[in-house]
Design a protein around this ligand. Structure first.
Ligand code: NAD
Length: 497
């Protein structure tokens, strides 16, 4: 019988037997499970559970809340093989890549373990005669997270560990395409000692999301996904009076300077462009080569490196990357490759429809290299989200910077150079939120914060790290005076100073 993935509400797994959707193994193209799509009533049940759990959890000492996270981290490590297998079966990424994603998620749990220190607040003594003042950071209440398919373990862990240690209760709506690893991870929290109702997972689609966006009991929404949906989430949540951070899509460029170590740059680009089939919001999908000499050398090295790449199934660790997520997405990626050719680019290596023995019905796209791309082409403007590296040739570094600054997205970028002055200038002037200098995927570690600029992020605060603590708490500033036997003050009608 087909397994039907349900919801985790108030510490219990429930199925409502309502609408369902197939879950596919993208390497075989076979439907393997079903996921329930929560109705409004089911989501409201989760919100009620989270609301009921909030008062006791809010008053649980931060050190005790953190202790749950310490145990949770151990359980994640103990169950890592199982989690990576669940990711591979539904997302398709290779086990070594899934392990990397999980590790990055665990690092966010480690950061959350420091909650007592993170929530210490600020104190000033004697701001006036016998008056002390302090700011404390209080939880918001019920908060929600809505996450994409491409990091089913890591992205949810950008959100709920920190939200929970800050004293909030949480409702997660994972991607309906690969929900199993996310749900399994959430179940580990109960084993770690988290009280029922503090963490809830509802699987679903727009109906579930819209319920979270409109219910006034939900105080804040964190979203990660594509830009059109991020914009919708941000505008709707904000109009409904909620705090919102909505991280969207990307188009990440690497500048290859004429003085760069081209062999090193090509090696770095292989992983950054094709790793996880290019389905990373930080994937480097455009190389901007400064000068034809750098461009020609890069193309030569890329061709050499790409010969050895292997695309295939998740549990063969020799594979470099797996299939893309759905058949429709495979067709979309192939369509962008075709459009680049039609619009005049040179297809150097064509990854459309690779042969993967034993997995003929899988959604595979091989590593693709396209040269002489221009900024007007559809394949340049859109986020392809596939294993496609496009090369744009420019004459100066200034043109390269302008190109990047003109793009609607501003998530990540990188420069390959040996010139410190150029690197410094690039880091200072580029209109992008996360910048690498000879580092192709500059994903901030858990004790910094993650977020893009322009249409890659809607909202003010970035995800996780110090911004995460601010997002999941609200500042309250208290000014206190105790009557003193020596200092007496009469009524005053001027503004206190
Ligand atoms: P998506 O926008 O299709 O889905 C994300 C979430 O939104 C899912 O939970 C989905 O169920 C929900 N959703 C989809 N359509 C909706 C609608 N009409 N109304 C309400 N909710 C809806 O994104 P995806 O395809 O799952 O993920 C890939 C995208 O996510 C890419 O664009 C990628 O760049 C982006 N992403 C961004 C970051 C970042 O940090 N900026 C990180 C990872 C992924």
């Amino acid at each position: 019988m087909t397994q039907v993935i349900g919801h985790l509400i108030n510490g219990k797994m429930i199925n409502e037997n309502n609408r369902t959707q197939d879950i596919f193994n993208p390497a075989t193209g076979l439907a393997t499970k079903k996921v329930e799509l929560a109705s409004k009533q089911t989501v409201e049940r989760a919100i009620s559970a989270a609301e009921a759990a909030f008062p006791a959890w809010r008053n649980t000492p931060p050190a005790k809340r953190a202790r749950v996270m310490f145990r949770f981290k151990e359980l994640l490590e103990k169950n890592s093989d199982k989690i990576c297998q669940l990711i591979g079966e539904e997302h398709g990424k290779i086990s070594h890549d899934a392990a990397g994603e999980l590790q990055r998620g665990i690092e966010n749990v480690e950061y959350a373990c420091g909650a007592p220190g993170l929530l210490k607040g600020e104190h000033s003594k004697n701001v006036g005669p016998n008056i002390d003042s302090w700011s404390e950071f209080q939880p918001l209440g019920v908060v929600a997270g809505i996450t994409p398919f491409n990091f089913p373990a890591m992205v949810p862990m950008w959100m709920f560990p920190l939200a929970i240690v800050c004293g909030n209760t949480f409702i997660l709506k994972p991607s309906e395409r690969d929900p199993s690893s996310t749900l399994f991870i959430a179940q580990l929290l109960k084993e770690a000692g988290l009280p029922d109702g503090v963490m809830n997972v509802v699987n679903g689609d727009k109906e579930a999301v819209d319920t979270l966006l409109s219910d006034e009991r939900v105080k804040a929404v964190s979203f990660v996904g594509s830009t059109p949906i991020a914009e919708y989430i941000y505008t709707t949540a904000s109009a409904n009076g909620k705090r919102c951070q909505a991280l969207g899509g990307a188009k990440n460029h690497a500048i290859i300077m004429p003085d760069a170590d081209i062999e090193n740059a090509a090696n770095q680009l292989l992983g950054a462009a094709f790793g996880s089939s290019g389905e990373r919001c930080m994937a480097l999908s455009v190389a901007v080569a400064v000068g034809d000499e750098a461009a020609d050398a890069l193309v030569e090295k890329m061709i050499e490196g790409m010969k050895n790449l292997s695309v295939g199934e998740y549990n063969n660790a020799d594979n470099d990357f797996g299939p893309v997520i759905t058949l429709a997405h495979k067709e979309k990626v192939n369509g962008y490759i075709s459009s680049a050719v039609e619009q005049g680019a040179s297809l150097v290596i064509d990854g459309r429809n690779p042969s993967v023995k034993g997995f003929e019905n899988g959604y595979f796209v091989g590593a693709t290299l396209i040269d002489h791309v221009t900024s007007e082409m559809d394949s340049y403007q859109a986020e392809i989200f596939g294993p496609v590296l496009q090369i744009i040739r420019v004459e100066t570094m200034q043109q390269a910077i302008q190109l990047i600054n003109d793009h609607e997205y501003g998530n990540g970028t990188c420069i390959f150079t040996r010139d410190g002055e150029a690197a410094r200038y690039f880091a200072d002037t580029i209109q992008v939120g996360m910048v690498g200098i000879n580092v192709p995927l500059p994903v901030p570690v858990s004790y910094h914060s993650f977020g893009g600029w322009k249409r890659s992020l809607f909202g003010d605060l970035h995800a996780y790290g110090p911004d995460g603590v601010r997002f999941y708490t609200k500042r309250k500033t208290i000014t206190q005076r105790w009557p003193s036997s020596t200092v007496r003050e009469g009524a005053s009608f001027s503004f206190p100073s």
